[in-house]
Design a protein around this ligand. Structure first.
Ligand code: LLP
Length: 415
């Protein structure tokens, strides 16, 4: 169970019920430390946006990225303030709705612009607003095509062809350009992320503008499989630092280097705990059915993502006795009325298996490395309430989000 003590997980599940998210705060802090070489670490909160996690980030000196009015409100609720530090919150998007626009103006939040239309929108309200330009370098890479955010198939960012026009307009309006930003995709790898450094140097030269900062974007991988290697963050920094120096030589002054990870900081720090309600077999598969579904953890259904699953036996002694029989292969699925509600599947929806140690009804399953894009992507499908979140820190655990109730869901419709 690596970072989580099985007894503690059992106790938390007993107290708050399942399904349940549990996070380990020290693990998040360790990940932050690995990126301290960068001038600014900006957390892409879409990965996990509970305000207690945002508060942890703020207390560790990490800045925050927001992509919606809701994420701005979360940042403010967690104590981020652009009055205190004008760079605290940055808003990144390709479109900006009225609510988000009002908030970025009110709180003087720099806007990372991903489209020409968005640039007009901002400038019409505040022609001197601080902005970043998010540029699509013409290539991208992610763990899935759905998370590749560069190249000709991506809706994100300003294309290289549009860049001269965008820069001209920006200058015409008098917008305050902070820097150039690039995010090639999520769950990328060292090789692809390195390509972005050189692209950044070329883009800054092409844009022919003065800037104060560059951002690498996110995309830093987190290990999910046993053989996945941890990103060498220091080598990653060195590559970007070289690109930064090239740009500084070109501009004739120093600039700031930002990194914008989501997954890297939180993925390995969180688990989803679910209770086993049923074991059944078909001609093809031995199924374990639990009380969490893709309404809770969407990644396997959406991308075929792998999350290692371990059995948390009801009684601490059960495991050692039964593990003598060895593990067997199981397909693990949820309670939803949809056949795709399977946690063990590949990206084509083909059902796979994981070796589980004697799972029984009443035991629990722990879905590992679910701290990034886990709770954040949950929904109310099948009218299932959002699961509670618990954080463990300094040997103590505390509830950081209550379980949603069915009454909460219905109340929106009582009109
Ligand atoms: N910056 C921008 C502009 C982004 O769009 C994203 C992610 C990030 C940073 C953070 O990327 P990260 O460091 O977490 O890779 N739901 C998918 C991931 C989608 C990511 C979307 N944008 C998943 O579960 O894998």
């Amino acid at each position: 169970m690596t970072i989580f003590n099985p007894d503690t997980l059992r106790e938390i599940a007993q107290q708050y019920g399942t399904p349940l998210w549990v996070y380990d705060a020290p693990t998040i802090r360790q990940k932050i430390e690995l990126l301290r070489d960068f001038d600014v670490i900006r957390y892409a909160q879409k990965a996990s946006s509970n305000i207690h996690i945002l508060r942890l980030m703020r207390e560790a000196g990490v800045m925050v990225d927001a992509v919606s009015a809701g994420e701005i409100e979360r940042s403010l609720a967690a104590g981020y303030s652009n009055q205190d530090n004008p760079e605290s919150i940055v808003f990144t998007a390709d479109v900006i709705d009225r609510e988000a626009l009002a908030l970025v103006i009110q709180h003087n939040i720099p806007v990372n612009i991903g489209s020409l239309d968005m640039l007009h929108r901002i400038a019409e309200v505040d022609s001197h607003h601080p902005v970043w330009l998010r540029v699509n370098p013409g290539f991208g890479h992610g763990h899935s095509d759905k998370t590749n955010t560069g190249g000709p198939n991506s809706k994100h960012g300003i294309s290289l062809e549009d860049l001269p026009e965008v820069v001209a307009l920006l200058q015409q309006y008098g917008l305050d350009l902070i820097g150039i930003h690039m995010h090639i995709g999520s769950g990328s790898d060292f090789a692809h992320l390195s390509l972005a450094c050189q692209a950044m140097v070329e883009i800054v030269k092409l844009a022919n503008v003065d800037i104060r900062a560059i951002s690498t974007g996110g995309g830093l991988p987190a290990p999910y499989l046993k053989n996945d290697v941890e990103l060498d963050t220091h080598s990653f920094f060195r590559l970007w630092d070289e690109a930064r120096k090239d740009i500084e030589n070109h501009l004739g002054h120093a600039i700031t280097l930002e990194v914008e990870p989501g997954r890297f900081l939180v993925a390995n720090a969180g688990v989803l705990v679910a209770e086993i309600h049923c074991l059944k077999s078909t001609a093809q598969h031995r199924f374990v059915l639990v009380d969490a579904g893709f309404n809770d953890l969407l990644r396997p259904s959406m991308y075929g993502s792998y999350h290692k699953i371990e059995v948390l036996h009801k009684a601490a002694t059960q495991q050692s006795v039964n593990s003598m029989h060895g593990k067997r292969e199981y397909a693990v699925a949820g309670p939803l009325c949809e056949s795709g509600d399977v946690f063990t599947q590949d990206e084509n929806g083909v059902i796979c298996h994981q070796a589980l140690d004697n799972p029984r009804v009443g035991d629990m399953l722990v879905f590992k490395d679910a701290g990034g894009y886990g709770a954040a992507m949950s929904s109310n499908y099948n009218s299932r309430p959002l699961a509670p979140e618990v954080m463990i820190d300094e040997g103590q655990y505390r509830l950081i989000r209550k379980r949603q109730t069915i009454r909460d869901l219905l109340s929106l419709e009582m009109i």
